[in-house]
Design a protein around this ligand. Structure first.
Ligand code: PLP
Length: 429
């Protein structure tokens, strides 16, 4: 045992009452350090001394990245501090890991800024964020309206858990704001909006949809994963709640699952916060760190993937194998006028509808022949992705056929174009 090391766990040293550490900041245990005769050995068993150690690193460490704090237990300076703490109010401090840490609060505040919101809540995935909105704002007997091009798992949630809880749902045409106004019934409490539908890419008139909800006192919630807080300002469109899968652009690494729900409305925030707390959602600090690390490059990545996406989409427009290219920023794409009126940018995501002479087997062969595009769901990561869909299962199926959704990553555009070009050979027998 080195000089100055506390007695081993087997020693008979008495274990004093634990010091108050939490919240007291640097120097909370200064009296302990001063007590060490050899300079650093309070009379404690090793196991205790390894936890209640007097050393405190010097303050004043400045660095560009924020510190990463991990906790389940949060320590209070004393019982008065414990009693004072209000888990509903960030400014009153910390309560328990599930309620938030300096690291999670920091990401929430940055995301509230990104979205132009007042409040943000992190969730462990984008789908968990959707679920939170549904669970917090709907109860037995209520009705939910979903766009009929809604993100698939949101539809499944309505069909299963919401139905099981006595919550009804119906679908509306996102390109028909008057139709939504007519569809809102006396039991409707929540309307989801998606801009654009993430496979069929129709860009709706978000302000008109949000206004229809507001006129009937119904909460509107936008899935803003595509816009990512960059392409347009969600709350300027009149929605009450915005949600993002941080899994996509804010992470940008294809390595994190996370979601966020933002709002400007304090009462809505409290309902969402209460529900998140009761559902017990925890988000790992290492994942939060990854998103904090990626956020500073969000606008740059979004712009680069937007530029490459538009150019690749334009290349596809010139291919005779494609009958339509669905990209909100391309004239003629459904809802292009709404995109043009509201947006300053677009995600690097678009769909190509293939001539019906190419059946599912040939389209699969084309996707298999791509060398740079990974085959997989999601978007906004460094690697470009491609997924085939049969139009029969989708909105806008008129004429049928197959569609391939492309997500443009960060590879060089000319390589992506060359890859698509060479894979077209697989369409032929
Ligand atoms: C539009 C949209 N919303 C929500 C989600 C859900 O995000 P996550 O995969 O983090 O659950 C996705 C994921 O693909 C999505 O595309």
């Amino acid at each position: 045992m080195s000089a100055g090391r506390p007695p081993s766990a087997g020693g008979a040293a008495p274990v004093p009452v634990a010091p108050r550490a939490g919240g007291a900041g640097e120097g909370a245990l200064a009296d302990e350090g001063a007590a060490s005769g050899s300079g650093r050995s309070p009379p404690r068993a090793l196991s205790t001394a390894l936890i209640h150690h007097p050393y405190r690193p010097p303050p004043g460490f400045g660095a560009v990245p924020p510190a990463v704090h991990k906790a389940s237990t949060v320590l209070f300076a004393d019982t008065a501090a414990l009693h004072r703490r209000n888990w509903r109010d960030k400014s009153s401090g910390y309560t328990y890991g599930l309620g938030g840490t300096p690291t999670s609060f920091l990401l929430e505040e940055r995301l509230a800024t990104l979205e132009g919101a007042e409040h943000a809540l992190l969730l462990p995935s984008g789908l968990a964020a959707i679920t939170l909105v549904d669970f917090a704002l709907l109860k037995q007997g209520d009705e939910l309206l979903l766009p009929d091009n809604v993100y698939g798992p949101s539809r499944e949630l309505a069909r299963h858990e919401l139905a099981q809880f006595g919550i009804a749902h119906r679908f509306y045409d996102p390109m028909d704001a008057a139709g939504l106004a007519a569809a809102i019934g006396p039991r409707t409490r929540l309307v989801w909006i998606e801009a654009p539908g993430s496979v069929t890419m129709e860009f709706p008139d978000v302000p008109a949809l949000a206004a229809a909800c507001r006129a009937r006192g119904v909460v509107s919630a936008l899935d803003n994963t595509w816009g990512a807080g960059v392409a347009f300002a969600p709350f300027e469109q009149g929605v009450d709640v915005s949600m993002q899968a941080l899994t996509k652009y804010p992470s940008g690494g294809a390595d994190v699952l996370m979601g966020v729900v933002t709002t400007r409305d304090a009462a809505l925030h409290q309902r969402l916060l209460g529900c998140r707390t009761r559902l017990g959602h925890g988000i790992g600090a290492n994942d939060i760190e990854l998103v904090l690390r990626s956020l500073p490059s969000l606008a740059l990545r979004y712009a680069a993937q937007d530029a490459a996406g538009r150019r690749l989409a334009a290349w596809w427009q010139g291919r005779r194998e494609a009958t339509r290219v669905l990209h909100p920023a391309l004239a003629g794409s459904p809802g292009h006028e709404h995109w043009a009126a509201r947006c300053s940018a677009a995600a690097g995501l678009f769909s190509v509808v293939f001539d019906t002479r190419y059946d599912a087997r040939r389209i699969d062969a084309f996707v298999d022949a791509l060398r740079l595009f990974g085959i997989g769901y999601s978007w906004a990561g460094p690697m470009s992705l491609a997924v085939p869909y049969d139009l029969r299962g989708l909105r806008g199926a008129a004429g049928g056929g197959m569609l391939v959704r492309f997500s443009v990553g960060l590879e060089a555009l000319e390589d992506l174009i060359a890859d698509c070009g060479q894979a077209l050979a697989a369409l032929k027998d």
